[in-house]
Design a protein around this ligand. Structure first.
Ligand SMILES: *Cc1c(COP(=O)(O)O)cnc(C)c1O
Length: 360
């Protein structure tokens, strides 16, 4: 017998969110970030659904790109971190991938390789995040070298990444954007991740690169109107497998961290940290049981959680439980567990089956 856990993937919601990106950035091309198995949603299914709606895809590595090519994705695919070895460049060229130049050594490899067919390169500049990218002062010289490489396509895009676009109170985004804009005027460029698509319209430029918002979640630190219409793509669902009444003083779960202060009804749900639910979710974390808000009671186990359903209507063995999805944003659960929704969806293990809804 299978356990009742499923990560439902609503492809209609995904398409809706892609349309929302288009509405927010009408003059930009859209590159969908589908790295890390499309943030845990399943990169092949997500890319197939998005293919008619976006202009390109972005992944973190060659193998992520190759699995999309094997599944028949023919759109451009950018390697966000470029290639990790010179040998990968040959494979990237064979699979017709776009490569990022983030540092000198990658440019050296391209110069030494001389591609047989036009290789599209994006040049990444570090405007303040200090993670990847070449220094602004070197952009012009590196661009000249790249343009001089036989086989490198003329369609070079200059790009950067924001460190704090989720925070409207920070001046970092404006500082990064100002530095970026003064580099090589007239050159095609890309800066906006989801947070910048939502909140920093001046940074949309030629290409936007949303990830998280396509999956229906807002990266913003506080609610933003431009994110209000997003629809969650993933619903993490399980079922009640046992119900019990406890009395005042009874402790629930490992370590007895939740103790009844009055008679209570506890539902045991067949999902735990082995299924992608965060172990650090504390007592009180919201859970939907038959669509009603309930609260986690007791520590998260590997295969189960316990939920206080005292006073809720009609809860029985088999009642449907939503850990996140419509009505309970993954970010609300994540905040309670001291993390971000990105980590929760991305960390969804293979043990929890993905079930596609509205695949056409
Ligand atoms: C992951 C990533 C994105 C997408 O970020 P979201 O916050 O998910 O929208 C965009 N650009 C780069 C370089 C990335 O690594």
């Amino acid at each position: 017998m299978a356990r009742p856990n499923q990560a439902l993937i609503d492809l209609d919601a995904l398409r809706h969110n892609a349309g929302h990106v288009r509405r927010l950035a009408p003059r930009s091309k859209v590159m969908a970030a589908v790295k890390a198995d499309a943030y845990g949603h399943g990169a092949v299914a997500v890319s197939q659904a998005l293919q008619p709606l976006v202009d390109a895809f972005a992944v973190a590595s060659l193998d992520e790109a190759l699995s999309l090519r094997s599944a028949g994705i023919s759109q451009p695919i950018l390697l966000l971190e470029g290639v990790f070895t010179k040998a990968e460049l040959v494979e990237a060229e064979r699979a017709d991938l776009w490569v990022t130049v983030t540092a000198h050594h990658q440019l050296d490899w391209i110069e030494a390789h001389s591609p047989a067919r036009p290789l599209t390169c994006w040049l990444k500049v570090n405007t303040g995040m200090n993670r990847l990218g070449v220094p602004p002062a070197e952009v012009e010289a590196l661009l000249a070298r790249l343009q001089a490489c036989p086989g490198v396509s003329e369609d070079i895009v200059l790009y950067t990444h924001f460190a704090s676009a989720d925070n409207l109170d920070s001046s970092a985004t404006q500082e990064q954007a100002a530095l970026f804009e003064q580099l090589l005027p007239g050159m095609p460029r890309s800066a906006a991740n989801s947070a910048a698509v939502i909140a920093w319209p001046d940074t949309h430029h030629d290409w936007v690169r949303p990830g998280y918002m396509l999956y229906g979640n807002s990266p913003m630190q506080v609610p933003h109107d431009n994110a209000a219409d997003l629809r969650p793509v993933m619903t993490l669902a399980s079922e009640v497998i046992q119900l019990r009444d406890v009395t005042r003083g009874d402790a629930v779960g490992y370590g007895g961290t939740w103790v009844a202060t009055a008679p209570a009804r506890i539902a045991t749900v067949a999902i735990g940290y082995g299924d992608g639910y965060p172990r650090h979710a504390p007592n009180g974390t919201p859970v939907l049981v038959d669509g009603q808000r309930a609260r986690l009671a007791g520590r998260v186990s590997m295969d189960m959680i316990t939920v206080d359903v005292t006073g809720l209507d009609g809860v029985q063995v088999g009642s449907r439980v939503t850990l996140w999805g419509p009505g309970l944003p993954v970010d609300e659960v994540a905040r309670s567990a001291g993390t971000i929704g990105y980590e929760l969806t991305t960390g969804m293990p293979a043990r929890t089956p993905r079930v596609l809804l509205h695949a056409q």
